[in-house]
Design a protein around this ligand. Structure first.
Ligand SMILES: Nc1ncnc2c1ncn2[C@@H]1O[C@H](COP(=O)(O)OP(=O)(O)OP(=O)(O)O)[C@@H](O)[C@H]1O
Ligand SMILES: [Mg+2]
Length: 241
């Protein structure tokens, strides 16, 4: 089957926690090498979508395809093997493990030790502060450093799609700048990025395409630049501008 350029595709996806449905007919695609964002208010279902797209939450209907393959019932490992990595909300580092070991956790499915070592060096190049702190416990890193470590862990799986939940939440502007520069570097290497970001203007500036979610549905989709100029989007999500 020809999969074309589409890395991830959701078609009318439904998802629920127990009996409570939270995603309704979500359709969304990410092409290879593309940078896409999902924006929307709290509780819209953004994190839930990423949980589905990384195998952490099963879906209740619709289809979820990676490289054109149906991922219904697939485990998180299966998504990782298909080169989809998830940087979760809250970063979730192992607090009592070193930075280096946290990074290596991202490579746990790989058996190409020499290339894993190369990728570790690549992560240290992208985030030099992590090289300085490689022996420090994950739990003692600053918020910005933790986010770098969580993204670095994602990179260690050699993803073709890196999904990041809340890039800038709680971080100082300088840390956000460093992270944005790093994302641009990662992106230039050909990795597609699906970004969830509370700062809507930053998200729209960084990405080519955007989806707006509200109460479990995609309510708008299109080019990020056009959305940044859309008065309705500005009113709803950039009230102060
Ligand atoms: N583990 C869970 N059990 C039950 N309901 C949940 C669970 N996680 C999320 N929900 C509900 O699912 C809906 C979508 O939540 P989700 O976390 O996906 O939103 P979000 O868009 O990521 O919001 P935020 O911007 O606040 O992170 C919300 O109504 C939330 O209360
Ligand atoms: Mg969320």
């Amino acid at each position: 089957m020809s999969t074309g350029n589409v890395k991830l595709s959701a078609e009318n996806l439904q998802a629920a926690y127990g009996d409570v449905q939270v995603l309704w007919d979500v359709s969304l695609t990410v092409e290879r090498g593309e940078m896409v964002c999902i924006v929307g208010s709290n509780g819209a279902g953004k994190s839930t979508f990423l949980r589905c797209a990384s195998g952490l939450l099963g879906t209740k209907g619709g289809r979820l395809l990676v490289d054109g393959q149906d991922m219904a019932g697939a485990s998180p490992e299966a998504f990782l093997r298909r080169k989809v990595a998830h940087v979760p909300e809250g970063r979730r580092l192992f607090r009592a493990m070193s930075v280096r070991d946290n990074l290596l956790m991202g490579a746990y499915l790989r058996d190409d030790a020499a290339e894993v070592r190369q990728d570790l060096e690549k992560v240290y190049e992208i985030f030099p502060i992590l090289a300085e702190r490689r022996d420090q416990y994950g739990g003692t890193l600053s918020g910005g450093e933790q986010q770098m470590c969580a993204i670095g862990r994602g990179i260690m799986s050699r993803p073709e799609l890196l999904m990041i939940d809340e890039l800038s939440l709680g971080l100082a502007p300088r840390a956000v700048e460093l992270l944005i520069t790093a994302l641009q570097t990662i992106r230039r290497s050909g990795t597609a990025i699906l970004l969830i970001e509370q700062d809507v203007m930053t998200a729209l500036e960084l990405t080519e395409r955007a989806y707006v979610m509200d109460r479990g549905r995609v309510v708008k989709a299109g080019a990020s630049a056009a959305m940044a100029d859309d008065p309705a989007i500005r009113d709803a999500y950039m009230g102060q501008l």
